[in-house]
Ligand binder design. Structure first.
Ligand code: F3S
Length: 466
């Protein structure tokens, strides 16, 4: 189900305001749609079975979810209709999953805020909640939007119609009115969110954006399920999510370990390919345990983003990185050879010159910008466009360090608050050859009709004009 269709169904559904323990069937579509959208997004047999089981459980009303007196009060509408509706959806999904209770969250991060992805139904849905007087109950940040809000011309080959900009602005206005922190990035961890809101290992949040979810669980030890955009929005308004999956201590303990041999230190692009391999091999509900060495934080970011792209995995327990005990339930050790990884990468590398080199999916860290600037400076004039996407926060830090000037001097396009995937870039650049160090960008650009390849940042040197 596409995001736009999910929004369409949700908008048409009429969730009740009164508290319900066993749902009336006519209301079931709201959470079943959300549930189906979330569960089927990975397209795995396990997900289909989980969905079917969840549906049977809902229809039979087998599980009753415990609600505190405060939650009952919210559901009765004492804190407004919007909060009651949002909590209702969370309760329904929690019941469908078999959660025993809800849990308070400290923060929410909402994905699916790009007009390109959610269309008019998404605008209607978000504006509908704002019209009901919805306010976020916890600090809430948001993912990238469909264009660079500071520079409409920074996405190559794309010009935006006034009506398109107005639709995106309507989404942003509604989110702002509800109290969102408009960071427009998929790397809230590089934009200072954990520091600003005092988030630490063991805290519970509700984040959308698969790459950020995997980073939160695996690197920061912050607990979140992989919420769909609408569910993260509901959790932000309700201030709660269901106690299930990655929120439960025991569910975070791995049973299968993946060991890279020999223990080569992986750069970003190799890390992405390892993420893809682990995601394809992994079976079961528990997070995979991974033994590998990563060159830096950007490589970790790319590994986790690839993992979340190819599967519905929300966490990897990474040896010497994840700040919690993996437990002692590992029953199987799978060895992955570095040769296999190299072969996989070689197949996806460009054999010819490309038109664009794209860095920054998920949004670039300062470390990645430095590496790019250094490579560009030693290369001279390049026969391709260099595009890098990052958050406004990292951009400001790069500006202070003189990095932005160095990148611009080397003719790099810097995109803030958006990226080549959630913008209409692909619609305007079919057949264009793009090389990227991000497995996630490679995956989505290929699916959108762009000729995408995987490469290292150092590949830029081969594109120098002689
Ligand atoms: Fe971020 Fe866009 Fe990639 S939102 S994770 S840069 S697809």
């Amino acid at each position: 189900m596409t995001t736009a269709k999910a929004f369409s169904c949700i908008v048409k559904a009429k969730p009740p305001v009164s508290p319900l323990v066993i749902p009336e069937f006519k209301y079931a579509n709201v959470y079943l749609v959300l549930f189906a959208w979330y569960q089927l997004s990975g397209f795995t047999i396990v997900c289909v079975l989980r969905f079917l089981l969840g549906s049977v459980i809902v229809v039979c009303g087998v599980f009753a979810l415990y609600l505190s007196a405060e939650e009952e009060r919210i559901l009765r509408g004492f804190e407004g209709e919007a909060r009651a509706r949002a909590l209702e959806v969370i309760v329904r999904v929690g019941e469908a999953l078999g959660a025993s209770r809800l849990i308070e969250i400290k923060h929410a991060h909402i994905s699916g805020v790009s007009y390109e992805n959610i269309g008019d139904f998404g605008v209607e849905f978000i504006e509908g909640f704002r019209a009901l007087g919805a306010r976020f109950s916890v600090p809430t940040s948001v993912n990238p939007v469909s264009y660079d809000v500071d520079d409409l011309s920074s996405i190559p080959g794309v010009t935006f119609e006034r009506s398109y900009v107005e639709a995106q602005e309507a989404i942003v206005r509604a989110l702002r009115d509800m109290g969102a922190d408009l960071i427009f990035t998929c790397t809230p961890y590089y934009a200072g969110i954990p520091e600003v809101y005092g988030l630490k290992a063991g805290d519970h949040v509700a984040w959308g954006e698969s790459s950020a979810v995997a980073y939160a669980n695996s690197v920061l030890g912050i607990r979140t399920n992989r919420e769909g955009g609408p569910l993260a929005l509901m959790a932000a308004i309700a201030g709660r999510t269901y106690y299930y999956g990655m929120h439960v201590e025991g569910e975070r303990k791995p049973t299968i370990s993946y060991v890279l041999e020999p223990r080569v230190v992986l750069d970003e692009v190799e890390a992405g390919v390892l993420g893809e391999l682990v995601a394809r091999m992994h079976v079961g509900e528990r997070p995979p345990h991974v033994v590998a060495l990563f060159e830096g934080d950007s490589a970790l970011k790319e590994f986790l983003a690839a993992l979340g792209t190819v599967s519905d995995i929300a966490m990897a327990h990474i040896h010497n990185i994840t700040p919690e005990n993996p437990g002692d339930e590992i029953k199987e050790v799978v060895k992955i050879s570095y040769n296999m990884l190299e072969e996989e990468l070689r197949e996806k590398m460009p054999t010819d010159e490309v038109d664009i080199v794209y860095i920054g999916c998920p949004h670039s860290s300062l470390e990645e910008l430095m590496k790019l600037a250094k490579t560009l400076e030693g290369t001279g004039t390049i026969k391709a466009r260099i595009v890098v996407s990052t958050s406004r926060e990292v951009y400001l830090k790069a500006l202070k360090l003189g990095l932005v000037e160095r990148l611009r001097r080397a003719k790099a396009n810097i995109v803030r608050s958006s990226c080549l995937i959630v913008s209409p870039f692909a619609n305007h650049n079919r057949g264009v050859k793009v090389a990227t160090n991000s497995y996630k960008a490679y995956h989505y650009l290929s699916r959108k009709g762009v000729k995408a390849y995987l490469t290292r940042i150092s590949y830029i040197k081969h594109l120098a004009k002689t």
